[in-house]
Each structure stands twice: as C-alpha cells, then as structure tokens.
Design a protein around this ligand. Sequence first.
Ligand code: ADP
Ligand code: 5GP
Length: 211
Amino acid sequence: MIRRGLLLILSSPSGAGKSTLSRMLMAWDPTMRFSISATTRKPRPGEEEGREYYFLGKDAFLTYVRDGEMLEHAEVFGNFYGSPKAPVVKALEAGQDMLFDVDWQGAQQIGNSALGRDVVSIFILPPSIDELDRRLRTRGQDSDEVIAGRMAKSRDEISHWAEYDYVLVNKDLDATFEQLKAILTAERLKRERQPQLSAFVRSLNEEFEAR
Ligand code: ADP
Ligand code: 5GP
C-alpha cells in the first residue's frame, strides 16, 4: 500500500521568508512537489510562467473557480490566488507530499476540505517588524507603495498564527530550515502515515513463531 502524501502548508506575512524556505525544502527533498498556484497578479522580474505561478487573466481565473478546479482560492493584495486541484489529487495518490505557499485563507480552506486530515500547517513569523520591513526592501522586487501595502496586510496575516499546527520564528535561516526539516521528518513518521507498518509487524510476529 502506498503511503498517502501529506499537504505541507507554509504561511507567513510577506517577507518573513517562506519562499526562501520552500526553495530550500524542495532542493533538500526532490520527491516533494510544489503546488504552483494560479494568480491574476503580474509576474515579477525573474518569475516564469508555470514555475512560480500560472499567470492568468481575471476571467480565466474565475472560470477555473466556477468549474471547481481550484482546491482553494482567495483575494490577496487585490489579486486572486488559487491552488489548482488536479495536481494535488494526483500527487497524493502517488504518495508524494505537496508543499503549499498560501495565505491564511488558503490554509483554512484546505484544512476544511476533504483533504484536511492530510494537512500539516506551519506559520512563519519574522523576528521583528523592523526586520520584516528590511527583508521586503532588500528583496528589491516591490515599489515603496507595494511594500507599504504588504506591511499593512502583515498584521492581519500574523493574527492567524494560532490556527497553525506549528509556528517558527525565522531569525536565523539555517536554524529555521533545520526546524522545518524536523517537522516534515516527524510528520512522515506518524503511525497513520506508515501503512506498511501492519505488514511489517505481521512479519515480525511470523519470525517469533518460527523461532
Ligand atoms: P516571503 O516568501 O515570505 O515573502 P522571501 O522568502 O522572499 O519571503 O524572503 C524575503 C527576503 O528576506 C529575501 O530577500 C530573503 O533572502 C530574506 N530572508 C529570508 N529569511 C531570512 C533570514 N532568516 N534572515 C535574513 N534574511 C532572510
Ligand atoms: P506573492 O504575490 O508575494 O507571491 O504572494 C502574496 C501572498 O499570496 C502570499 O501570502 C502567498 O502565500 C499568497 N498565495 C500565493 N499563492 C496562493 C494561493 O494559491 N492561494 C492563496 N490563498 N494564497 C496564495
């Protein structure tokens, strides 16, 4: 029996480091699949269609939603974001874990969906608000106006911290990454995520009997 995959959800206020941590996790474990979201926001420099996001017009996005093809969707910073359902179902059935970078609304919707029991959710906090602001600026991808909008939204995002299974304070990147790997490793070892165990214990009992 194939182990059913888990859905690892990372949320944080923008700039706290979840994209960086996601990239590190994907490089550490190539079996992990990243859920590429669809969005109506414009690509940032360096972003590629089908790698970071599927960039869609609003009409196309809303058609996917209407046709039930999004596992969840939400409006964030005036744009729509959503997680396409089909790749998730396929990955889980193949026993692959899937990583989601979604906001608190997405985390709630996935948690309340039929896949809720397969969810492991992690919230990432910045060590301080000054540092959050500094990281958004040094990332250098957004205008002052966009950064101000993201900072205003941060307070709202942070207010949902207690809805998550795990909370990490991303001060030192390497230390946070170690914690993230520890969570994934432990969650994969949960008894209910190891369907091969019954057969294995049966084989141990057969060994007892054969002695
Ligand atoms: P998010 O995806 O949460 O918006 P990013 O991963 O893009 O955030 O990180 C924002 C910026 O902060 C990036 O320039 C990234 O390199 C930097 N960063 C991430 N984690 C840390 C950390 N622990 N210490 C210092 N800088 C960090
Ligand atoms: P960004 O525009 O910086 O890439 O992402 C902005 C916010 O949208 C982040 O908080 C990110 O987690 C969230 N987001 C990205 N994709 C999705 C998605 O598919 N669904 C939801 N609900 N939020 C998403």
